[in-house]
Design a protein around this ligand. Structure first.
Ligand SMILES: [Zn+2]
Length: 439
């Protein structure tokens, strides 16, 4: 169908005035044409979604995920991040074939969409990143994806995963040619150099140059933990954000995940370059990596998004869980106003859109934006009685409360059923592939 109507909900627009409206939201050919008040379909080919008792809002955007890691869910529990990476995740990745990558990515995309996440920034594997793009294409999710780039000779990277800078850049260029702008623009590429400790200066500098030349974004991580900070200092003698900046990586087009241990100087540099930061509260807490200085990042004017990181790191790719945790986590230092519900919801939607460079296209419900819209059922016992929709979404809602999901105007979840992938097949493939990998 070309026209979709979310009928009769409470609408969180996430516009500049944080307006909350009653009525309908409608999209034609993927573009929002109506937000608030009654709507009558304008074409013959339309679908009406009953949203009474629901909050209708922009889909959640997660600016840090690793869909290819989903088969390693539960395999990195209670380990230091660096130990998990070297002992579990990299060996897992070295053993991944194309079919397993596809199974992992389909499982992730299904979980994400059913849980109301409509767009992701995804660091893919070193190899077979095309299979991640293909799974994202099939699932209907909006995804900006990049293959991981790892070329430092002394970072403990398994030989199967370490490439030369040239090979990593060549493969990225091929993926850009094939996938950047594919699926009517739903799929995009973003360079994904692993970090300042796992990449050489040569690679990082060239990523900086090529990303600008091609108008493609960059996703990486920095200050993500003590061992990682020490590794960057060992390789370069500097802090990780300073290394990224010195090599031309930082900028508005760059999203830096974690920033957990970002110093004052690093925060100033991120702000000065107008770089994006993706806060990953579950992942950081689980790995005991520290608590990111979110109030300070926000006070410095740095745009912040949220992400679950990969399934090994947070176990659930649940945008509502990250939203709630982010809203609560910083109050031990910042007090009850550290991140109020409306700001937290904005971070999980429009903040994520900005991190993908798509704030002018998605992240809020405004006429002429693309239609990435979800309906969240707040009639569950845990959300009743609903006093404020901000409160319901930030503190009470769960991924399983999402009942309808539209991405780019296409209905992908209706009445909690995913239309794009066969869930029985997704489950079987994932279980079989994981059993083989971890046998
Ligand atoms: Zn990560």
């Amino acid at each position: 169908v070309s026209e979709v109507v979310f009928q009769g909900g409470t609408i969180l627009t996430i516009d500049a005035d944080h307006r909350v409206l009653a009525g309908d939201v409608a999209a034609i050919d993927g573009e929002l044409v109506h937000v608030g008040g009654p709507y009558t379909p304008r074409t013959r080919d339309y679908e009406v979604l009953d949203c009474h008792g629901c909050i209708v809002m922009p889909g959640l955007v997660q600016a840090r995920v690793h869909t290819y890691q989903t088969l390693a869910r539960g395999r990195a529990d209670d380990l230091e991040r660096m130990d998990a990476l070297r002992g579990v995740i990299w060996p897992y990745e070295a053993a991944l074939g194309e079919d397993a990558v596809s199974a992992a990515a389909e499982l992730a995309c299904a979980e994400l969409l059913l849980g109301g996440t409509t767009a992701i920034l995804d660091v893919g594997p070193v190899r077979h990143t095309g299979a991640v793009f293909a799974a994202a294409a099939q699932s209907g999710i909006r995804a900006t994806i990049g293959k991981a780039m790892l070329d430092a000779p002394d970072a403990g990277i398994p030989p199967e995963l370490r490439e030369s800078a040239i090979a990593a850049l060549d493969e990225s260029a091929k993926l850009i040619a094939r996938w950047h702008g594919a699926a009517e623009g739903r799929l995009r590429y973003a360079y994904a150099p692993w970090s300042a400790w796992a990449c050489t200066d040569e690679l990082l500098r060239e990523v900086g140059v090529q990303a600008r030349a091609r108008g493609v974004r960059i996703q990486t991580q920095a200050a993500e933990g003590r061992a990682e900070v020490a590794a960057v200092r060992g390789r370069t003698g500097k802090e990780s954000v300073a290394v990224l900046d010195g090599l031309g990586v930082l900028g508005e087009h760059c999203c830096v995940a974690h920033a957990t241990l970002a110093s004052d100087a690093e925060r100033r540099l991120l702000a000065a370059r107008r770089a994006q930061v993706c806060h990953c509260p579950s992942s950081d807490l689980k790995a005991a990596a520290g608590v990111a200085p979110l109030p300070e990042l926000i006070a410095a004017g740095i745009p912040v998004a949220l992400g679950a990181d990969g399934a090994p790191w947070s176990n659930r790719l649940d945008g509502f869980a990250e939203l709630r945790l982010a809203a609560l986590l910083h109050r031990h230092r910042g007090g009850v106003r550290a991140l109020p519900a409306p700001e937290a919801v904005r971070m999980a939607t429009l903040g994520g859109a900005a991190a993908l460079g798509l704030a002018d296209r998605i992240g809020s419900l405004e006429v002429s934006k693309r239609a990435d819209v979800i309906a969240v059922d707040v009639s569950g016992l845990h959300a009743l009685p609903t006093s404020s929709p901000w409160s319901a979404v930030a503190y009470a809602a769960r991924a399983t409360d999402v009942c309808h999901v539209v991405v780019d105007g296409r209905l992908v979840v209706r009445d909690r059923r995913l239309h794009t992938l066969d869930l029985g097949r997704v489950r079987d493939r994932a279980k079989r592939a994981a059993a083989r990998l971890f046998a």
